[in-house]
Design a protein around this ligand. Structure first.
Ligand SMILES: Cc1cc2nc3c(=O)[nH]c(=O)nc-3n(C[C@H](O)[C@H](O)[C@H](O)COP(=O)(O)OP(=O)(O)OC[C@H]3O[C@@H](n4cnc5c(N)ncnc54)[C@H](O)[C@@H]3O)c2cc1C
Length: 469
């Protein structure tokens, strides 16, 4: 994959400066004149938002010096299936990464809701890109780890390709097992102290360190950071277990009394992912997050024991799975995503929760707008951050909109669960009878991405292509 991506990018940059295109390229370069002194940027977190921003920023202003610090000792590739939708699709297409991402997409064929015995009751198909139907599966579903890896490798390959083509190139460097205990703002920049006690001054710090962002806490203060968390009152746990015979294709949803819901997803993979959600036992589960991972496993096992369907497999799995991950679901809402010379991207600034299915789209949108505004404003970081905050807001509001009343999906009584199953069955029948694919003009109306010629994504001679890796 690395080699192919490298070749693709190198060829693209070579094409960009072929003699017959030089005039256009020079015109573009002067139009997007790089700042007198290239920016020195620190990105905190090598998840999805961090590497995506590194790619876009370096492509727009190759002289930028970018350091990404990741707390984990290596690339953190855990996590289950996540989806890429709407503006997110447009951005990866413009970045030239769509084919690579497609080659990693899982083959989930739809979602079945199950009856009390675990037998399929209703079926929802795949939600085609740009269209809306009451389905959980969208056209582009990818494992979190695969997307993190694609973006990380693309950022490094792009750096190599740029270095082969141009003399004045900055850098993209990843440093693992490192975080930031301290940030101090001054007129000249942000002074950062790292866990290894090294210090450095940056023109900009970008917090892309997830829902529980330390950057947010350090820059906005503990109180504002805590107040930004708006709980949905739902607790979730995710893990994988070995696949059993006959499991493939459709995801499955099983609802149970006491406000519990299970998803299983196998698609074409050798393991089955379980996603457990509950609106009960809130205090116990909340307390467990402050304790060991074993305590978290036990708290979820207690909440889901006796749920029916595959409860033994689920309880055993969550007690032993290596990729077990649990959290309280909540949205992060801040009036501003920037303070001083610190900006927040992705879950750190505007986590929408998995219930909107738009977390990845939010990461890419934020990365795209922030890089666009920085490239447009050159060395003027303060103006760029102000413009970013305003430009990205409609996109943030859109990804955080919850189209369903979540409480209805978590009935407490058996009668409530029965009614939910009947409602799902009726919806699936109605969907099968009435749903028609829409033409491009009829697609769901979404916030339109701002155009940034400064990102150099629209110019086919430079990079905009599909690469298959
Ligand atoms: C381990 C893991 C598993 C996940 N599993 C799922 C899942 O199954 N389903 C789902 O919908 N979403 C999952 N998510 C969340 C999903 O990745 C995000 O909602 C979304 O993609 C936003 O991405 P992000 O880049 O903003 O943050 P994230 O993907 O959360 O990435 C943040 C990165 O920052 C790093 N980091 C955190 N704190 C620091 C620090 N102080 N210093 C340096 N680095 C730091 C983290 O290790 C991580 O690599 C998971 C996230 C993680 C970290």
């Amino acid at each position: 994959m690395k080699r192919a991506l490298h070749n693709h990018l190198t060829t693209r940059f070579a094409a960009a400066i072929r003699p017959n295109q030089q005039q256009h390229y020079i015109a573009l370069r002067s139009f997007h004149a790089p700042p007198a002194m290239p920016l020195n940027i620190l990105i905190v977190g090598a998840g999805i938002a961090g590497p995506a921003f590194a790619i876009l920023m370096q492509r727009a202003v190759p002289q930028t010096k970018i350091t990404v610090v990741e707390r984990h000792p290596s690339l953190r590739v855990a996590g289950q299936q996540i989806d890429l939708k709407f503006q997110g699709i447009e951005i990866v297409q413009r970045m030239g990464l769509m084919e690579t991402i497609k080659s990693h997409c899982v083959e989930e064929t739809g979602v079945e809701t199950l009856d009390a015995q675990g037998k399929p009751m209703a079926l929802f198909g795949v939600n085609p890109a740009g269209q809306q139907r009451p389905a959980l599966t969208s056209e582009h579903e990818i494992m979190r780890g695969d997307l993190v890896r694609v973006l990380y490798e693309a950022s490094l390959e792009q750096r190599r390709a740029l270095k082969e083509q141009q003399d004045e190139v900055g850098d993209v460097v990843y440093e693992f097992g490192k975080t930031i205990p301290e940030l101090v703002e001054s007129d000249e920049g942000v002074d950062v102290t790292f866990t290894d006690e090294s210090r450095e001054r940056y023109d900009l710090v970008v917090g892309a360190d997830g829902q529980w962002s330390r950057t947010r806490r350090l820059a906005f203060g503990q109180e504002a950071s805590d107040a930004a968390f708006h709980s949905l009152g739902i607790h979730g746990a995710y893990f994988s277990v070995p696949r059993i015979e006959g499991e493939a294709g459709n995801a499955k949803v099983f609802s149970a009394s006491k406000r519990r819901m299970l998803f299983s997803r196998t698609s074409n993979r050798p393991v089955t992912q379980f996603l457990l959600y509950t609106m009960s036992d809130a205090d116990k589960l909340k307390n467990s997050y402050r304790q060991s991972i074993e305590d978290q496993r036990e708290a979820f096992a207690e909440a889901f024991r006796g749920i029916g369907w595959q409860d033994q497999r689920i309880v055993n799995g969550l007690q032993t799975a290596e990729d077990f991950y649990a959290h309280e679901l909540g949205q992060i809402k801040l009036k501003q995503l920037c303070t001083g010379r610190v900006a927040l991207l992705g879950d750190a600034g505007y986590c929408p929760t998995p219930f909107t299915g738009l977390g990845v789209t939010g990461c890419l949108t934020g990365a795209y707008v922030l890089a666009g505004e920085l490239a447009r404003h050159g060395n003027d970081v303060n103006s760029a951050l102000k413009a970013f905050d305003i430009a990205v807001r409609p996109g943030v509001e859109e990804i955080q909109t919850l189209n369903i009343k979540l409480g209805l999906m978590f009935p407490s009584s058996r009668l409530g669960v029965w009614m939910l199953r009947i409602a799902a069955w009726a919806m699936s029948k109605l969907d099968q009878l009435t749903w028609r694919p829409r033409s491009e003009e009829q697609q769901v109306e979404k916030w339109e991405l701002p155009e940034y010629r400064e990102l150099k994504l629209q110019d086919e001679s430079i990079l905009n292509s599909q690469c298959s890796v």
